[in-house]
Design a protein around this ligand. Structure first.
Ligand SMILES: NC(=O)c1ccc[n+]([C@@H]2O[C@H](COP(=O)([O-])OP(=O)(O)OC[C@H]3O[C@@H](n4cnc5c(N)ncnc54)[C@H](O)[C@@H]3O)[C@@H](O)[C@H]2O)c1
Length: 352
C-alpha cells in the first residue's frame, strides 16, 4: 500500500493506494463509533458484503448513483436518512461508488449540521484519479451541471484497485492521459504497449497510474484549493470542448469519450495558433489508438450549439475564451481567443 499525505487550509488528508485494503479500512473506520457509508448498489455483491463487514451492516445505506443522483430530491433523501438515525455532527460520513455518488455525499457531508467528517472509497477509475481528490462536490439543479456545491476535503481516500473492473476503466483513462499531458509524461510512456482492457491484468501498472495521477492532482489542488488563482484551471485541459460535446450529444458521449475528443480538438486548435508543438494532437490520437479506445467522430455536431454552450459555460477573460493547452507533454500554456476566432479555429480543428 502507498500512502500520499497532503495538507490544505491546515487540514491534513491522506490518499491510500493499494489492492485489497479491507483491513486498513476496517482499522480506520473502527475509530468512529458513529459512522455511515452510502454505497452504490451497482458494486458487485461480494464487494458490498465486504464493506458491510468493515462498517457494520446497519451503517451501510445503498443509494442510487449515476448523474441523476446529483439532485436536490436525493439530497433531501440522504439528509432525512441521517436525521432519522440521529447521526451526530462528529460522525464519519463516507461513500463507496463513482464520482456521482461522491459529489452527492460530499455535498451532504459538508452541509449536514454545518459539516461532518468525510472520507471516500472511490470505485471507478475516474473517481480514484480525479473526483475524489481535491474536495469539490456538486449537485445539478434545473439541468445545470454542478450548479451548486462546496469545497469539503475528505480526510482519507482509499483508492483500492480491487473495486475496479473493465466497465469502470475507460472514462478514467482519459483523465489519466490528461495528467500525462499536463504534468507527467512518464504516464504516457508507461501506457505504451497496453490495450485499455488489459491494464487491470497488471497490478503494478494500475497502481502506478493511479498514484502518478493522484500526485499530479494533489500538487495542483494544493496550490489553488478554491480555484481562484488559475492554477487549478490546468485540470480543465480537454474539458472546454469536452463539456460542449457532452451537451450537444445529449450525453450520448460519455464524459471520458468527450474529454478524449476534447483534448485532441483543443490540441489541434492550439497547434493552429502555434502554441502547441506540431504533432501534439496526432500523438494523442496515437495514444488512444494504441490503447484501443475509439475517438468518436464529432463532425456532425452543430458548431453554433457548441460555441453557444462554451460561451454560457465559461467566463470570458478580457473578452476572450481562455483554455489550458499543452505546448508539449508536461508543459502547459494558455490559449486565448475571441468568440469569433474560437469558432473559426474550432471549425478547422474539427474538420482537420
Ligand atoms: N468533484 C470533482 O472534482 C469531480 C471531478 C470530475 C468528475 N466529477 C463528477 O464525477 C461524475 C462522474 O463519475 P464516474 O465516471 O465515476 O461516474 P458514475 O458515478 O456515474 O459511475 C459510473 C457507473 O459505474 C457504476 N459503478 C461505480 N463503481 C462501480 C464498480 N466498482 N463496478 C461496477 N460499476 C460501478 C456506477 O453505479 C455508475 O453506473 C460526474 O458527475 C462528474 O461531474 C467530479
Amino acid at each position: 500500500m502507498r500512502k500520499l499525505s497532503g495538507k490544505i487550509d491546515g487540514q491534513e488528508y491522506a490518499v491510500l493506494i493499494g489492492q485489497n485494503m479491507d483491513s486498513e479500512r476496517k482499522h480506520y473506520f473502527e475509530e468512529f463509533s458513529d459512522r455511515i457509508l452510502f454505497s452504490s448498489p451497482k458494486l458487485p455483491p461480494a464487494e458490498i458484503q465486504r464493506l458491510k463487514v468493515e462498517f457494520g451492516n446497519k451503517n451501510v445505506v445503498l443509494t442510487d448513483d449515476g448523474e441523476s443522483c446529483k439532485s436536490l430530491a436525493n439530497y433531501s433523501l440522504l439528509i432525512n436518512e441521517l436525521l432519522g438515525r440521529g447521526f451526530p455532527r462528529n460522525g464519519m460520513m463516507s461513500y463507496s461508488g463513482g464520482g456521482t455518488l461522491g459529489d452527492l455525499v460530499g455535498f451532504v457531508s459538508s452541509t449536514y449540521k454545518r459539516g461532518t467528517r468525510f472520507s471516500a472509497i472511490p470505485t471507478t477509475l475516474l473517481a480514484q484519479v480525479d473526483s475524489s481528490i481535491g474536495g469539490k462536490n456538486g449537485l445539478n439543479v434545473a439541468s445545470f451541471k454542478n450548479s451548486i456545491g462546496t469545497f469539503h476535503l475528505p480526510e482519507a481516500i482509499f483508492c483500492d484497485s480491487a473495486f475496479l473492473s473493465k466497465g469502470v476503466m475507460r472514462d478514467g483513462l482519459s483523465e489519466v492521459i490528461k495528467y500525462g499531458m499536463i504534468n507527467d509524461p512518464k504516464i504516457l510512456d508507461s501506457l505504451r504497449g497496453h490495450r485499455w482492457d488489459d491494464i487491470l491484468d497488471d497490478p503494478d501498472l494500475i497502481l502506478s497510474l493511479v498514484e502518478r495521477s493522484v500526485r499530479t492532482k494533489m500538487a495542483i489542488v494544493e496550490k489553488d484549493f478554491r480555484d481562484t488563482k488559475g492554477v487549478r484551471a490546468q485540470l480543465n485541459f480537454g474539458h472546454t470542448v469536452g463539456h460542449a460535446l457532452e451537451s450537444v450529444s445529449g450525453n450520448s458521449l460519455s464524459h471520458g469519450q468527450a474529454v478524449c475528443t476534447g483534448m485532441i480538438i483543443e490540441s489541434r486548435m492550439s497547434e493552429l495558433e502555434e502554441i502547441s508543438e506540431r504533432g501534439t494532437a496526432s500523438s494523442l490520437v496515437g495514444i488512444f489508438g494504441d490503447l484501443g479506445i475509439d475517438v468518436p467522430d464529432v463532425s456532425a455536431y452543430s458548431l453554433d450549439s457548441m460555441v453557444n454552450f462554451v460561451l454560457n459555460d465559461k467566463k470570458l477573460s478580457a473578452g476572450e475564451i481562455r483554455i489550458p493547452v499543452p505546448v508539449r507533454p508536461g508543459f502547459m500554456a494558455s490559449l486565448s481567443l475571441t468568440p469569433e476566432r474560437f469558432k473559426k479555429i474550432l471549425s478547422k480543428a474539427i474538420g482537420g
